[in-house]
Design a protein around this ligand. Structure first.
Ligand code: FE2
Length: 452
């Protein structure tokens, strides 16, 4: 039997958990990079072959930096009932604690949470041991998206929970101390797959694409492209009565996994951007994700950055594709979440014709230009996490942190790039090749962590 593509090459799972200290650093690590980079990945246990890439159990990889040193690397499975084989669907409905917890990892109000969109978050310690499922003291009544957004102005965490069954979409706000203070059902939502969303200063922006619940899809992720499913953007005011005022705007068919950002422009229009696939692009990625034989050699090969400009007064949406480079995993300086931003970063992938390649891309939205840091032969960089420099004054004053999987060397490095010109600042040599994966976060030390 052919091995599934998500169990080979860059995606070959790690077979054990290790801890290594005193890592070798090339170049000079800026001292303000004091904290942890924690990155999640789908990493089934040895002998387990999931039916879909997304069904692989989560493994978190952590790299501890402090004052110019790389103190440790460690990798740990997220120990959930699913890791031991517990089913997601039970006689009583979904078991929200049976999470792969393999999509993202964030920190909010001092809690480190591993996320998968069909489940409760799973709390981790700062040393990456599993504490257990976390339901916000019983106030989270649904699954939680893997892509919550921290409002840089208020410190609130905004997120949603989506389900293929009613209620299709719940919206939550947790305050800066981590308490859920709002929880509302979003009117008009459908069973369309919702992986990410966006926040502006005054609105919440939901995205419903052409991929929707399909009980005949047997990969374990019951969704499929369905031309009868209308693609829409839902714009909901953030105020307490916002749900009553939500408006849904039809858009061209497509599927957006990740929102880069959204904001209100000077004319009050909502601008939303993110990499998007058409039907062919979706099938390319999906076939790779499910390991369909001989199909889909590279996910994201037809994923292009798109912009929607929503004129709510006129009731009109203008759409445009911004670039011809295949990209995914958009990131930004998160102080600009919900605000007009100039710089967006992403991972580039080779397209179907071999154009482009693995690299880190920086888009300048003011000039329309792009700059690419090519990763090199057989080197796949992960999502580029932006960390501001000490005393930063410009939006791109900072660093991009990306974990590179190097197949030829059978090794990985944490690469630190200067976000202003994508020049290499430092590389931390990791003691093993880190499985190519999905999302992660930089968790800076709080002042109280100084001795941790
Ligand atoms: Fe994601």
């Amino acid at each position: 039997m052919t091995r599934k593509p998500y169990l080979t090459g860059h995606y070959t799972p790690a077979v054990d958990e290790i801890t290594a200290t005193g890592l070798t650093v090339e170049g000079t690590l800026p001292p303000e990079l004091t904290g942890r980079l924690i990155r999640n990945s789908h990493n089934p246990k040895p002998g387990v072959t999931p039916t879909h890439w997304f069904k692989g159990s989560g493994m978190v990889h952590g790299i501890r930096l402090r004052d110019g040193r790389a103190e440790w690397y460690r990798n740990r499975w997220v120990r959930t009932p699913a890791l031991d084989g517990a089913p997601y669907m039970t006689e009583d409905g979904p078991d929200l604690t049976a999470s792969t917890a393999g999509t993202h990892v964030i920190e909010h109000a001092g809690r480190l949470l591993a996320l998968s969109e069909a489940n409760f978050p799973v709390e981790l310690t700062r040393d990456l041991d599993t504490v257990g499922a976390y339901d916000f003291d019983g106030l989270l009544r649904s699954a939680m998206t893997a892509h919550p957004k921290t409002d840089p102005v208020t410190g609130e965490l905004h997120f949603f929970g989506s389900s293929p069954f009613p209620p299709f979409l719940m919206y939550y706000v947790a305050d800066a101390r981590g308490r859920i203070t709002r929880s509302v059902e979003v009117p008009g939502a459908t069973a369309s797959l919702k992986h990410d969303f966006a926040l502006t200063r005054h609105h919440v922006v939901f995205i419903e694409g052409t991929v929707t619940f399909d009980p005949t899809e047997h990969s374990g992720i019951p969704y499929a492209w369905n031309g009868d499913q209308p693609a829409r953007i839902g714009v909901m005011p953030r105020g307490p009565r916002g749900a009553d005022q939500i408006r849904w705007f039809p858009i061209e068919p497509g599927s957006m996994l990740h929102a880069a950002n959204a904001y209100e422009d000077a004319r009050g229009r909502i601008v939303l951007e993110g990499p998007t696939v058409d039907r062919e692009g979706f099938l390319l990625s999906w076939n790779w994700w499910v390991g369909a034989p001989g199909r889909g050699t590279e996910p994201n090969a037809r994923s292009y950055t798109r912009r929607w400009t929503i004129d709510m007064a006129a009731g009109r949406v203008v759409e445009q594709t911004l670039d011809d480079l295949a990209v995914e995993f958009p990131t930004l300086n998160e102080d600009f979440i919900g605000a007009e931003y100039r710089y967006q970063y992403a991972v580039s992938f080779p397209d179907q014709h071999g154009y482009g390649g693995y690299g880190i891309v920086k888009y300048d939205r003011a000039t329309g230009g792009r700059r690419v840091h090519q990763a090199g032969d057989a080197r796949l960089p992960g999502e580029a996490v932006f960390v501001p420099a000490a005393g930063a004054t410009r939006e791109d004053d900072g660093y991009l942190l990306t974990v590179v999987s190097d197949l030829k060397q059978d090794s990985s490095q944490l690469l630190v790039l200067d976000a202003s010109d994508l020049g290499r600042v430092a590389a931390v040599h990791l003691p093993r090749r880190v499985t190519a994966g999905i999302h992660g976060s930089w968790i800076p030390d709080a002042e109280t962590d100084a001795d941790a």
